[in-house]
Design a protein around this ligand. Structure first.
Ligand code: HEC
Length: 140
């Protein structure tokens, strides 16, 4: 092993020792959406459906009836309104995935939310974050 291959190898070893390492925050909304898609498939689609339109296990998160202001009829967990994307983020990061609540990193919740917003027709000029999520108004 020469010096050139040693340095990246050592860095990888050190970051692996530091525990779960997240990628740098996405630079664009589109990059968030792409990462969020993979996270959705891995952590959410089993209950909410591959297309997000819901299953007998969980309500839709994509489509005209998705993310209603008030909890859907029969909701057992949600007890808050979804007025803005920030409200959805706050609730989802504590309560989802239904079988492993809170198990993702905040950055991952933001990415999966970016994917969900995009699937519902929302476009953003800059990456989604805790500030601009409050300006994404789902229900005026
Ligand atoms: C094990 C099944 C399961 C998985 C996996 C899961 N969910 Fe859910 N999700 C549910 C159930 C059940 C509800 C309804 C909760 C209630 O009764 O209020 C729900 C509700 C929601 C809601 C609110 C819908 C509404 O209209 O009230 C959102 C948003 C949501 N989930 C997002 C996600 C995201 C994002 C992921 C992946 C990170 C995920 N869920 C993974 C089962 C699941």
């Amino acid at each position: 092993m020469n010096k050139r291959t040693l340095a990246p190898g050592l860095l990888f070893f050190l970051s692996a020792c530091a525990g779960k390492s997240l990628p740098e925050p996405a630079a664009t909304f589109t990059e968030q959406v792409n990462r969020g898609m993979a996270l959705y498939v891995e952590h959410c689609s089993s209950c909410h459906g591959a297309d997000g339109k819901g299953t007998d296990q969980a309500p839709a998160v994509v489509g005209p009836t998705a993310l209603p202001l008030d909890p859907p009829a029969g909701a057992q967990v949600r007890n808050v309104q979804f007025r803005t994307a920030f409200d959805v983020f706050q609730w989802v990061r504590v309560n989802m995935p239904g079988d492993a609540a809170g198990s993702l990193e905040d950055q991952e919740y933001v990415e999966v939310l970016a994917f969900d917003l995009k699937a519902n027709g929302v476009e953003l000029e800059s990456p989604l974050d805790g500030e601009n999520a409050k300006t994404v108004v789902l229900h005026p």
